[in-house]
Unconditional design. Structure first.
Length: 131
């Protein structure tokens, strides 16, 4: 996967929605690369990316975000998002990397409308509001 683009064109296009619909400093649950994209282009925050040297207990955070992407249980996933003050979740149509290998996002958790609401659906990325 590291030979493929780590951020897709569709993700870059989704930034327009982010800028139009969220205030600066809004936190998104992201993998490392989407976090860097959001921070660098929109002044929104990702749960991953940025200056790792100043992040307290960074390995635990990376593992929990990794587990968020793998989780099938919507309540468990929402608990992780809330722990890191994420108001939205960035779900690209590519493998994600949260620090412990390239993985596919388990999307079944997002069908639980009690916990997540789809607010953006582009060709290559979906954005969910954390309830």
């Amino acid at each position: 996967p590291w030979m493929n683009p780590v951020v897709t064109r569709e993700e870059v296009q989704a930034l327009e929605w982010v800028e139009s619909n969220t205030p600066e400093r809004t936190v998104f649950l992201t993998d490392i690369f989407a976090g860097e994209l959001l921070m660098g282009r929109t002044l929104r925050e990702g749960t991953e990316g940025g200056d790792w040297a100043i992040v307290p207990d960074v390995a635990t955070k990376m593992l929990e975000v990794h587990n968020f992407f793998l989780a099938k249980d919507a309540l468990q996933a929402r608990s992780i998002a809330k722990k890191y003050n994420a108001r939205f979740v960035w779900v690209p149509n590519r493998l994600v990397f949260a620090g412990f290998g390239w993985i596919s996002v388990e999307k079944s958790k997002f069908s639980q409308e009690k916990f997540f609401e789809k607010v953006y659906a582009g060709n290559g990325v979906e954005i969910y509001r954390v309830k």
